[in-house]
Design a protein around this ligand. Sequence first.
Ligand SMILES: NC(=O)c1ccc[n+]([C@@H]2O[C@H](COP(=O)([O-])OP(=O)(O)OC[C@H]3O[C@@H](n4cnc5c(N)ncnc54)[C@H](O)[C@@H]3O)[C@@H](O)[C@H]2O)c1
Length: 365
Amino acid sequence: MVDGMSRGRAGYGGPTGCELLPWLRLETFLIVPPRKNFSVYGPAHNTEQKTNIKCWHVLNSLGVAVTMQAHAWEDSMAKPKVLVTGAAGYVAAQLLPTFHERYDCTLIDVTTTDRDGHEVPGVQRQSLLVDDLDELRSLFAGCDAVVHLAFVRRTEDRHEQFDGEMDNIRMAYNVLRLSLEEDVRRVVVASSNHAADFYEHLLRSREMDMLPATNDIRPLSDNYYGWAKESYEHLGFVFATGTLGRKLENVHIRIGAPRSLDAATLEGDREGFPYRRNLGAYVSPRDLTQLMVKSIETENIDNEWGVPWQVFYGISDNTRSFWGLENARRVIGYAPEDDSEVTWAKDVYENLTTKGVIGRVGRVP
Ligand SMILES: NC(=O)c1ccc[n+]([C@@H]2O[C@H](COP(=O)([O-])OP(=O)(O)OC[C@H]3O[C@@H](n4cnc5c(N)ncnc54)[C@H](O)[C@@H]3O)[C@@H](O)[C@H]2O)c1
């Protein structure tokens, strides 16, 4: 898991708590202020911090310079600073409980209320669509990571849709550019399965069985929303290559269906297609949270060409999934805990075998 996420630490890949003991020699300690990065975040956090506590007690009992050590220890307890955009939104609501536990969060959105009109605690009102980027700079300065969830929702009018998506691309650019300039290490962006919508026609006609989220196939969409998502996935790649000054690490999560399955989608569709599709696309709140947290915290996200850039599908371990998770499992150790088939077992039985659905009732599409 990520080491050196906190600003002020001695660079990425520095010593972990376990590596600290031989490194923290007494004479060095007394002369040079101790390096600050001796703990890690993530599942190993507690074990390694216990190691640090033992180290602290040993030094303390020997009567060495505990003040300096205290500063270092205090700093090791600091949570990574994470800026969340679109923090009053639907997806943010699934992530924030865990984010608040693990990170020192700054939350921004154009509104402070959620879709139901409830106030979301801690959200600062701030648009990402500004003429002068300096207005936003202080929000990014000092952050270890940015999670970009803000977006302008689709309208019915096709031409308006295009303009809205241009705003979404502009917001993604503003986030990436400010992150680059303000020394943010990593950006995690909400993309969508719609980035590759074109292939869904091929999946449905069985010309394709499974769509991988790898570089073997170019994502293509047949709508502006998906096109914009694919565009800012690619924009992130430009920032990750290093040609703009340094490699800005970024991950894009093609979120599937982060919602309860709605049997009403069966109405008027005797093949049950939308319902069966959502069984394959479902992502539970805890799986989406795990995916986001691991995307923020995994130390090395280099792709096969050494570019710190990844695209993962955001779905649970669904029996009927038709998008691949192999890269998420391999690169960040994503281990989804849920399967729509189990979560909705009773509904699946009732909806797909007793309501006159015809055609395939198995894996979708
Ligand atoms: N909800 C889904 O089913 C789903 C599925 C796949 C992908 N996604 C993606 O996840 C992300 C979040 O989606 P969501 O469902 O939470 O949407 P949402 O509309 O609930 O939240 C988006 C938030 O962005 C804010 N926002 C809009 N313009 C802004 C601006 N100029 N500056 C700052 N904030 C602004 C909105 O006020 C809103 O609170 C989006 O990128 C979306 O495409 C969502």
